[in-house]
Design a protein around this ligand. Sequence first.
Ligand SMILES: Nc1ncnc2c1ncn2[C@@H]1O[C@H](COP(=O)(O)OP(=O)(O)O)[C@@H](O)[C@H]1O
Ligand SMILES: [Mg+2]
Length: 442
Amino acid sequence: MTKIGSKLLLTYFLLIICIFFITSLSFHFISQRYLINGTEQELQKEAKVISQLLSKGALSSSSVQQKLVNRKVLAISERLTSSKMIIWTGNQDIIYSDLKEVNLAQIEEQSKGPGRKFVTKTVEISAKNGRIKGYVTLFARIEDIKEINQLMRNSQLISLIISAIIALFLGVFFEKSLTKPIRLLSAHMKNYTVRGTNKEISIHTKDEIGELADSFNALSRKMKRYDEDQKVFFQNASHELKTPLMAIQGNAEGILDGVVTGEDAKHSLNVIIAESQRLKKIVESVTYLAKLESIEESFSFAEESLDRVIREAVESVGAIAEQRGIEILVDNHVTGKVLMDCEKMKRAFINLIGNAIRYAESKIVVKSFVTGGKEIIIEITDDGAGFAAGEELKVFQRFYSGDAGGSGIGLAITKAIIEGHNGTITAFNGQPKGAVFQICIG
Ligand SMILES: Nc1ncnc2c1ncn2[C@@H]1O[C@H](COP(=O)(O)OP(=O)(O)O)[C@@H](O)[C@H]1O
Ligand SMILES: [Mg+2]
C-alpha cells in the first residue's frame, strides 16, 4: 500500500471512530433520559386509568382483584418496561400489591435524587362525591430502564461494526482507485527520457491527478522541443563557425605555401582579418544570447521613456539608412514611462530597424501605442519583399538567416530581450507588402 493510501485510510478510520464515540456518548444520555421520561408519562396514564376503574364501589382487596384481572390488557401494552402496582388507603393500609412485601416509605425514599432506584407515580382514587378513597401507586425499576438502554446501545454497536466493515472495504477500494493513477504516473516519470520514444501518459480521472498527468505531458513536450532546438543550435553553430574558419585556413595556407604572393597576399590577409572579426562577432553574440537566456539578473529594469529609447535606436542606424536612401518614421503614442532595461531594449530595436533597412525599399515606420487592455504595442514595418511562406516562423531561430542575411543571431537576441520583459514578438507580412515585427508588452 502506498503512503498516501495508508494516510488516507488512517484518517478515514479515525473519523469513523470519532463519529462513533460522539454519537454513542450523546445517544447514551439522550436515550436514557428519554426512556425515563417516557416511563413516567406511561405510569401516570396507566395510574389514571386504574384510579377511574376503582372509583366506583368500595375499595377492598377482593373488589380490586376482581376489577384488575384484565389490567394487563389495559393501555399499557406499548411500554417497554414492566411496572408494579400498589393500591393503598389514606391511612397506609395496603389493599393490593404486586410485591410480596411492601415498604411504601422505602419506595418513596428510593424514588428521589440522582441515584434513585425507582420511577413512581401516585394517583388518587376518588369517589363520585369527591372523597378520596385511596391511592394507586405505580412504579418501575430504573435498573430495567437501564437494561433496555443497554440493549439499544448494543444494537447500535452491532450496526456500527457492520458499517465500519463495509466502510473498510469501500475505503480500501477507493484507496486503490485513487492511488493507482499516481503509481502509473510515477512509473511513467521514472522511465521517462528526453531522447527516448516515450508515449504520452493518458490518465482520464478528470481530477487533480489527471491534471498533473497533463502537466507532465506538456512539460515533456517542452523538454523535447528544447532538446530539438539545442540539437539544431549546435548543428547550425558548428556550420556557422566552420565557414569563416575554413576561409581563414585556406588563405593562411595559400600565403604559407607561397602560392599567394604580393597584392594577393595582402588581400588574403584582409580576408583573414575580416573573417576573424566575423567569428569574434558570432562568438560575442552567442555568449550574449546565452547570458540573456540563463541569467535573470542580467536585466536591470528602470522606468524609462519609450520614445527616447526608440529615437536613440533610430539615430544610431540613421547613417546607414541615409546611405541607402531609406526614410525612418517614428509614430509614437506611448507618453508615460515604461519599466524596462533601456540598453537591451535599444539593442532589440537596433536589430529590428537594422534588418528592416537591409530589406526596405524606401520607408520604415516605427509605430507604438497602448491598447485598451493597457498593453504596449510596438510595430516595425518596412516596405520590402517581406517573408517567404512560413519564413516568419523561422526568423527567430538561432542562426536562421535568409538569402541576404548575416549570421542569423540578431532576431534570437531580440526575442530573448523582449521575453525578458515578459513580452512577445511576432513577425508577419504587412499590407500591401513588406515585413511587420510586432512587440507586445503587457
Ligand atoms: N525586415 C525583414 N524583412 C524580411 N526578412 C527579414 C526581415 N528581418 C529579418 N528577416 C529575415 O530573418 C533572418 C534572420 O534575421 P536576423 O536574426 O536578424 O539575422 P541576420 O540579420 O544576421 O540575417 C534574416 O536573415 C532574414 O532572412
Ligand atoms: Mg539582423
